[in-house]
Ligand binder design. Structure first.
Ligand code: DX5
Ligand code: ZN
Length: 225
């Protein structure tokens, strides 16, 4: 629990922006520099336009770091793959509410594997889609870009959405993590922290330039805000 009474602030670098020719080395650098978890963007080329990577890559990097693997499935009907992702090293699995015909069932599947469960909402998806599943999730991912690509610009309407979600969770007495993902930089992370987000995904802002310096900068901002 952070001093603000909110869940602790955590940094989750997204490896989509990493150099896949030296992924092991960059994971170690992120861990040494103080990253709290590794955000792993799985894209299927159907739910989102891009194709990224899948279970074999996750399996092969599992031995490179002890950090939790926060797997973000941008995959159509992800319920088909929960067991496989649990088996290759995921510590939490986040699925898109828009990508599941039966979201309640998929969240149960994740919990049945013993992993932390997350649900992601795209920028155009209302918070009301959480009404009957908030008790099934450990984390809500508020997408702050339209999913599918790194390096996009933060969508400003996300700020109010984050604040309204945090207010709703507080009203319900829930300590659910709010993760934000997409376009988060050193010069705008204070906005999402102040709105009530506590798990920060960042890809290009971490992996471009010095990983150690970038993570240090983010952590300093976490402590200042
Ligand atoms: C986008 C992914 C994000 C993305 C973040 O679909 O879910 O995790 O990789 O990258 P940046 O921080 O560069 O926007
Ligand atoms: Zn992501």
């Amino acid at each position: 629990m952070g001093e603000s009474g909110l869940p602790a602030r955590k940094l989750a670098p997204s490896i989509l922006a990493a150099d896949f020719g030296k992924l092991g080395e960059q994971l170690k650098a992120a861990e040494m520099a103080g990253a709290d978890m590794i955000h792993i963007d799985v894209m299927d080329g159907d739910y989102v336009p891009s194709i990224s990577f899948g279970m074999p890559v996750i399996q092969s990097i599992r031995k490179e770091t002890r950090l939790p693997f926060d797997v973000h499935l941008m995959v159509t009907e992800p319920g088909r793959y929960i067991k496989e992702f649990a088996g290759c090293g995921a510590d939490s699995i986040t699925v898109h509410v828009e990508a599941c015909r039966h979201i309640d069932r998929v969240l149960h599947q994740i919990r049945e594997t013993g992993l932390r469960s997350g649900v992601a909402l795209n920028p155009g998806t209302s918070l009301s889609s959480l009404d009957y599943i908030l008790d099934q999730v450990d984390m809500v991912l508020i997408m702050t870009v339209n999913p599918g690509f790194g390096g996009q610009a933060y969508i400003d309407s996300s700020t109010d959405k984050i604040a309204r979600l945090r207010a709703r969770l507080t009203e319900l007495g829930l300590q659910t993590d709010i993760q934000v993902d997409g376009g988060i930089k050193k010069d705008n992370v204070h906005t999402v922290l102040q709105a009530g987000a506590n798990i920060i995904v960042s890809g290009t802002e971490v992996f471009r330039g010095s990983i150690a310096e970038n993570i240090k900068d983010f952590r300093e901002i976490f402590h200042k805000i």
